[in-house]
Design a protein around this ligand. Structure first.
Ligand code: AMP
Length: 483
């Protein structure tokens, strides 16, 4: 008998993070450099941090912000916050004072766990700082009584338009996301994830850390460099990486490095890629240099990773695949991708207006992305609705133009955006990082586009750049391009 969707979601959401993530065991759970922590050590460490926080007066439901670079201590502190039943406020360690101030004022945490480099910024804001290097520890308190609906973390959206909003994810959301990942990528206790993603982001936290702990496998934290990642994937011992998760800009760098230093990586079980589009040319390059194409997946802070190419079936370049277990995907007005399911959040922090706007009357979350669902049921992402260019009265989706330009041999990377223009309203403009292989001639690239696209979609101008401005997750920051 097949399980109905309600029962499936209930099962995927059941439990709470501290209960499900902190299981006993002698096996290694986390590594970084020459430090490692077994599951028992992690469980004890998180329990003691929970004890220390509890002694400081932190209670279930309080908020504790984390503002520090990736490290094992970060993970232990985060799990301590979960273990005490508090809600973790995730902060990008690259935030400057003004950005940090917005998030801290909005989330009003009881305290901020910050590393040495960031503690001064927090102290200046008059908030209570707990230094990551000196998080207090005390006897482990009893397990908090948490339902799947209890808030587990607030993750701020990238804020490419307007100020970042705090998406509140509950325990059930994260557990459904993590359990879904185990199923779709066949993640087991034998896996070792090479983890080079930011921990404050859903991809690094919800997939990387939660998935590893739920699977019973382990994760090795490395700062991203191709050499460090390849070194972990080619070790000669039981710690050899079996999985790598990255964003497209990481795969670019990995492929460049592998071109110079050919290495057999065909034994790696799976490479997963997402957070920004994986250009088909890079998909092919990965296939050649890594020995397999990455599994491209699509996700969003408010919903987790929701769609993925199949692990076993064909991985299609330019398409993001099928929904995660228990996730419903459909297209709304303007072909907007709409999501519903146990892993999708319920609302923004103290922002009922934004929450109301974000959902359809029947409870689907509006992603703001434009999609296309093929005859085989796979989804393709065509861009953000807000990035739509309106030129001479016609609508142009940048991604469609980018896909065409990316196929030109002189183009290594490209981002297309609309630049205000008296004549056109907005002028389609291509920002191109030229490849080393061929010379880029503006008129030639424009002619190339005209052979493949309706005239109104073709760039009027081509601007060459050394690199595209990207955020920590490798997403192109279009607002910086057109400034
Ligand atoms: P974030 O909330 O920071 O994870 O950003 C989510 C956004 O990243 C989505 O709304 C998409 O616009 C974009 N995104 C994530 N994965 C992909 C993908 N595989 N292809 C294209 N865009 C993606």
């Amino acid at each position: 008998m097949t399980e109905d969707i309600g029962a499936l979601q209930k099962r995927l959401r059941s439990g709470s993070l501290p209960h499900e993530l902190l299981k006993p065991g002698h096996e290694v759970a986390l590594r970084s450099g020459d430090r490692q922590l077994t599951r028992d050590e992690l469980r004890t460490g998180a329990g003691q941090v929970a004890g220390g926080l509890s002694d400081l007066g932190v209670r279930t439901g309080d908020r504790i912000a984390l503002y520090a670079a990736n490290s094992l201590d970060w993970v232990v502190a985060y799990l301590g916050v979960q273990r005490v039943g508090a809600c973790a406020v995730m902060m990008n360690p690259d935030y400057h004072s003004a950005e940090a101030e917005h998030i801290l004022q909005d989330s009003e945490p009881t305290a901020v766990i910050a590393d040495a480099d960031r503690a001064a910024i927090v102290a200046k804001l008059g908030l209570r700082v707990i230094r990551l290097e000196e998080v207090p520890r005390a006897a482990t308190p009893p397990m908090p009584d948490l339902t799947p609906d209890a808030p587990a973390a607030i993750l701020y959206t990238s804020g490419t338009t307007g100020r970042p909003k705090g998406a509140v994810l509950d325990h059930g959301n994260f557990l459904a996301q993590g359990r879904g990942a185990l199923e779709v990528w066949r993640w087991t206790a034998r896996d070792v994830l090479v983890h080079a993603l930011p921990l404050f982001h859903l991809h690094g936290l919800g997939m990387g850390i939660h998935g590893s702990l739920l699977s019973g496998g382990s994760a090795t934290l490395v700062p991203f460099t191709p050499a460090a990642v390849v070194a972990e994937l080619t070790r000669n011992d039981a710690e050899r990486g079996t999985m790598f998760f990255g964003v497209p800009s990481m795969y670019h760098r990995l492929c460049d490095w592998l071109d110079e230093n050919p290495t057999d990586l065909s034994h790696v079980r799976v490479f997963v890629c997402g957070s920004a589009p994986l250009p088909p040319a890079l998909f092919e390059r990965c296939d050649r240099l890594l020995g397999q194409p990455p599994v491209e997946r699509y996700g969003i802070t408010e919903g987790g990773i929701v769609v993925t190419n199949p692990y076993d079936g064909p991985r299609q370049p330019g398409r993001v695949g099928y929904p995660f277990p228990g996730v419903e995907v459909r297209l709304g007005e303007l072909d907007e991708v709409l999501l519903r399911g146990g892993q999708v959040f319920k609302g923004y922090w103290r922002n009922p207006d934004a929450t109301a706007e974000a959902f359809t009357p029947d409870g689907f979350f509006r992603t703001g992305d434009v999609g296309e669902i093929g005859a085989d049921g796979t989804l393709a992402i065509r861009g953000r609705i807000k990035e739509l260019i309106i030129t001479g009265g016609f609508n142009v989706y940048p991604r469609e133009v980018e896909l065409v330009l990316e196929a030109h041999p002189a183009v290594q990377e490209v981002a297309v955006a609309g630049v205000p223009s008296d004549q056109w309203g907005e002028e389609v403009t291509a920002y191109v990082v030229p490849s080393l292989a061929a010379r880029l001639i503006e008129s030639e690239l424009i002619a190339f586009a005209h052979e493949r696209l309706a005239s109104y979609k073709c760039p009027k101008r081509v601007i060459t750049l050394d690199r595209l401005p990207r955020n920590a997750m490798g997403k192109v920051q279009r607002s910086l391009l057109t400034k």
